[in-house]
Design a protein around this ligand. Structure first.
Ligand code: CP
Ligand code: NVA
Length: 310
């Protein structure tokens, strides 16, 4: 039996596959530009296939984009959440994986502890996709890469600047830097740096990763400016954290230091007035809603890769 293609992190696919995903997403998006969103792609490559989505945390974009992605590929979806499934009453991930594998063709899980998705993948006999864990958010970053490539940027050598909390989204950006050969400047308060494992991965692959507490230094000459919520799902809102994050707000002064033609990314949901000002969020440089739409196009490619169709 061919080895299962799980997509727990970007490295599971590798740089060549991610490049193929981006190319396919661009082609499929262009081919259906004027069609209704529920119409299937002409080739319906996943006809007859079912995606089972399991949510242990809230979601708008991931949930809707995977649903529409699967429909456009000719397949269908079903959604479980922990409060209304037996997972919420203590049924194990291992048993859930074995049951779902007999009922659906691919599983997407959004959960807290990354070990849970690894457990799901160990026991599933169908591909498992990471729809966000506390450690990483790889599907988001495929959409982010698609968004910057669509804006005419070339990934190798790109200067990406991150501001705020060193979180799951940043971890996947660092992993993408290693695979697609771009550089990352990370500006966080002391104590909120990303896990060094991701920094070292990117550096070992030849990417430059700067860790600084100086937001201006990170912004100087950046091609892409990125931030995210200061408090991720499952984390505590503390006055101390919000106060520490304040100097890392993406505002007009920070954007003015970035390169002309730079773009602003945010995975959303945003807390306008906290990690980003309204003026930047609503500016022409902000591509956050294209980025959100691209979750559909990017995930179609992720799904096709999982089925060995890319
Ligand atoms: N960006 C993102 O994953 O959004 P949701 O939490 O709404 O899925
Ligand atoms: N870092 C955020 C991303 C939400 C899409 C979180 O984990 O809550």
């Amino acid at each position: 039996m061919a080895e299962l293609r799980h997509f727990l992190d970007l490295s599971d696919a590798g740089g060549d596959a991610i490049a193929a995903m981006l190319a396919d997403a661009i082609d499929r998006k262009a081919a259906r530009a004027t069609w209704p969103k529920g119409q299937t792609d002409a080739d319906q490559p996943l006809a007859g296939h079912v995606l089972g989505m399991v949510f242990e945390k809230n979601s708008t974009r991931t949930r809707v984009s995977f649903d529409i992605a699967m429909r456009q590929l000719g397949g269908s979806t079903l959604t479980l959440d922990s409060s209304s499934s037996q997972l919420g009453r203590g049924e194990t991930i291992a048993d859930t994986a074995r049951v779902l594998s007999r009922m659906v063709d691919v599983i997407m899980l959004r959960t807290d502890d990354h070990a849970k998705i690894e457990e799901m993948a160990r026991h599933a006999t169908v591909p498992v996709i990471n729809g966000l864990t506390d450690r990483s958010h790889p599907c988001q970053i495929v959409a982010d890469l698609l968004t910057v490539v669509e804006r005419g940027k070339t990934l190798p050598g790109l200067e990406v600047a991150w501001f705020g909390d060193g979180n799951n989204v940043l971890h996947s950006i660092l992993e993408a830097a290693a695979l697609m050969k771009f550089n990352v400047r990370v500006a966080t308060p002391a104590g909120y740096e990303p896990e060094m494992e991701f920094v070292e991965l990117a550096r070992a692959a030849g990417s430059s990763v700067t860790l600084t507490q100086d937001a201006a230094e990170a912004a100087d000459g950046a091609d892409v400016v990125v931030t995210d919520t200061w408090v991720s799902m499952g984390q505590e809102h503390t006055h101390n954290k919000l106060a520490a994050m304040a100097p890392y707000q993406v505002n007009d002064a920070l954007m003015a230091r970035a390169k002309e033609g730079s773009v602003f990314l945010h995975c959303l949901p945003a807390h306008v007035g906290e990690e980003v000002t309204e003026s930047v969020f609503e500016s022409d440089q902000s591509v956050v809603f294209e980025e959100a739409e691209n979750r559909i196009h990017a995930q179609k490619s992720v799904l096709l890769w999982c089925f060995g169709k890319l």
